[in-house]
Design a protein. Structure first.
Length: 309
């Protein structure tokens, strides 16, 4: 009796159905996150881009909104205040990025060593990261206040120096906000560097020591190259976070003196919720998002030849 041979196509179809059924639990696991991503990220991004193309009136339904195309973007590129606040934001970001990369790295290297009280110092350095921006503003206000602040107390009353208006002078307001932000957000990059340092095998350092490498050579030729992926992560996240700085400047200086600490986010907030130019504010959000995407892509291009993804 001849054996019956099943068609290959049917067998393949059955196998594909079995594989799909086995993968179904995985899809169910990611479904909640996918729904949250669509509702709270993808959809708002789409709507933001859409609104930027309209002269959006907040009380009108969508069908009555006036479509103006790229006029908001054209007006924004000719807006002198936009370029002013963008310049302020970039300067603040660069200052904070440099400080909040170098110092956390050095502190992480120190806290990796074994010494008494190491866990205490790790907790102290990370503690400020859990504070809200309102708490940070209250603490920073007690430091930078020109008359009752602790900093001017030592400068004026102890060392008989000049009284400095830290947040009221163009030369010092933005650096003061940058230092405040570094103190507040110091813990996260420090923790990232510390975790990466603990994953470097000690045998590499022992071999370098046997070869006669000193602390500086070990740091620059072993530690830094092996930390390249973490450096990319810290630099990228710090850049994206600091470009969106809002709370520190809004609560401590209100964007002053003049426009010296007026960031893109403060300008966007005022445009949207004080003057109700929603379409114009959305165009700002789209442009600043494009800037962050392009610069972050440049970071990846710079670091891409130093490690494999």
């Amino acid at each position: 009796m001849a054996a019956t041979v099943l068609p290959r196509q049917g067998k393949g179809g059955t196998s594909k159905a079995v594989r799909l059924r086995r993968q179904l639990p995985n899809f169910l696991f990611i479904l909640p996150h996918l729904l949250l991503f669509v509702v709270f990220l993808a959809w708002p991004i789409f709507r933001g881009v859409q609104i930027s193309l309209y002269d959006w009136k907040i009380m009108l339904p969508f069908e009555q909104q006036k479509f103006i195309g790229l006029n908001n973007f054209q007006a924004l590129l000719n807006d002198r205040l936009w370029w002013t606040v963008l310049n302020v934001t970039v300067r603040f970001t660069l200052m904070t990025l440099v400080l909040n990369t170098i110092f956390p790295l050095l502190v992480a290297v120190a806290l990796k060593q074994a010494f008494r009280g190491r866990d205490f110092f790790r907790t102290v350095f990370f503690a400020a990261s859990i504070l809200s921006v309102s708490a940070v503003a209250i603490i920073a206000g007690r430091v930078w206040d020109p008359y009752r602040g602790i900093l001017n107390y030592f400068i004026v009353d102890v060392f008989n120096g000049p009284r400095i208006l830290w947040l009221g002078t163009a030369a010092t307001a933005l650096p003061a906000l940058s230092i405040t932000t570094v103190w507040w957000t110091f813990g996260f990059p420090m923790l990232a560097f510390l975790t990466a340092l603990q994953n470097i095998p000690e045998q590499i350092y022992e071999a370098a020591k046997i070869d006669g490498a000193g602390p500086w050579e070990t740091f620059t030729r072993i530690t830094i190259p092996l930390l390249t992926p973490t450096l990319l992560f810290v630099i990228s996240t710090q850049f994206i976070g600091q470009m969106q700085m809002f709370g520190q400047a809004y609560t401590l200086t209100g964007g002053g003196p003049g426009n010296e600490t007026r960031t893109v986010m403060i300008y966007l907030f005022d445009t949207a919720w004080k003057f109700f130019r929603i379409g114009y504010a959305s165009a700002m959000a789209v442009l600043i998002a494009i800037v962050m995407i392009v610069v972050t892509r440049i970071w990846f291009a710079i670091f891409s030849n130093r490690f494999e993804y």
